[in-house]
Every structure is written in C-alpha cells, then in structure tokens.
Design a protein around this ligand. Structure first.
Ligand code: HEC
Length: 159
C-alpha cells in the first residue's frame, strides 16, 4: 500500500464532494504518475463475458458507494454515509454466483472481500456517531484495496 491513507482520503473527499481544489492536501509526489509507456504488466485474469459483466457492475456499485460516502460525510449526514457504505458491504455481495467466484484467483477474491469489509467498517463508524474525519480515514482505507487490486490485475477474455 503505497499511498498515504489520510492524504488519499482527503483527496477523495475533496474531489468527490466537489470542494475547491485549493483545499486538497495531497503532496503531488505521493500520486503515482501514469506511465507514458504502453506496457501493462498487471496479472491477466481470464474471465468469461458473464463474469466480466457481473464483476464490472460490482465495481461501478463500489465507485458509487465511495462517492455517496464522501458526499454524505461532507454534509455530516451519517445515516446517508452508512446507507451508501452498506450498498457495497459484504452482505450486498454474498449472493455472487459460484461459477463467477471460481473464475477469480484466490488472492483476487481476498482483496475483493477485504474491500467489502472495509465498506462495512465505514458503515459501523457512521452508525456509532463518528465524525467526518473518521469516515474520511475509513474511506481512504477502503480505497486502498481498489488501488492495490487495480495495480495488480486486469481482465482478459477467457479462451
Ligand atoms: C479484487 C480486485 C479489485 C478490487 C478490490 C477493486 N477492483 Fe475495480 N476493477 C478490478 C478489475 C480487474 C477491473 C477491470 C480492469 C481491467 O480489466 O483493466 C476493475 C474495474 C473497475 C472499474 C471499471 C468498471 C467498468 O464498468 O468498466 C471501476 C469503476 C472500478 N473497478 C472501481 C473500483 C472501486 C471504486 C473499488 C474499491 C472500492 C474497486 N474497483 C476495487 C478489480 C478490482
């Protein structure tokens, strides 16, 4: 996990909530630049179209959840924080079909599980009357799993 949690959280909250650029506190050197070299050394995970569609839909749900958490935290609406986080908690994904699970490598599934658990942790923090700073830090922790997995894996069509 290369990124500083607090900085990541601050950046996310600021970006997603649309708060002025001037408030962002992430030092530029902590953000990995996009390589101009067209090489993709991430591990290829061969998946069927059905699995790809299912997992990418899950991804978009998690992105929306992160957006909802950041926006609600900015408004100090902790009920809305918890509700947004739970859309991506473990429970929301326990019905994943077995064939889909079987196509994904074990480490990949582990990271997926951890990212869902980290959304549950956000919901719990929001439930227990916490403040926006705590929610922001928890969101930063959750986003580290997105970053880690996206850096490690990519999907390819299964032959
Ligand atoms: C266990 C691994 C893993 C985790 C954790 C993960 N992702 Fe992904 N995500 C992927 C893969 C693999 C792709 C497809 C990338 C590719 O093939 O180039 C993807 C694609 C996406 C996409 C594109 C969706 C589309 O419709 O094309 C979004 C958005 C996304 N992820 C958001 C997130 C967010 C937000 C999180 C964390 C809250 C997250 N992901 C966590 C593996 C992961």
């Amino acid at each position: 996990m290369r990124l500083n949690v607090a900085a990541l959280a601050a950046t996310t909250v600021c970006c997603l909530a649309g708060i002025a650029f001037a408030q962002m506190a992430t030092p530029a050197e902590q953000i990995r630049p996009v390589s101009p070299v067209a090489a993709d050394d991430r591990q290829a995970v061969p998946v069927t179209p059905a699995t790809r569609i299912f997992v990418l839909a899950e991804m978009r749900t998690m992105l929306a959840a992160a957006q909802g958490v950041a926006e609600a935290a900015g408004k100090h609406d902790f009920k809305a924080v918890a509700a947004a986080a739970r859309t991506s908690g473990l429970k929301a994904f326990e019905g994943m079909p077995k064939q889909i699970m079987m196509e994904l490598p074990e480490d990949f599934r582990g990271l997926g599980r951890q990212s869902h658990m980290s959304f549950d942790a956000i919901a719990q923090a929001a439930d227990s009357g916490s403040d926006a700073t705590v929610v922001s830090a928890k969101l930063g922790e959750a986003l580290q799993f997105c970053v880690a997995c996206h850096e490690a894996y990519r999907f390819t069509p299964k032959k």
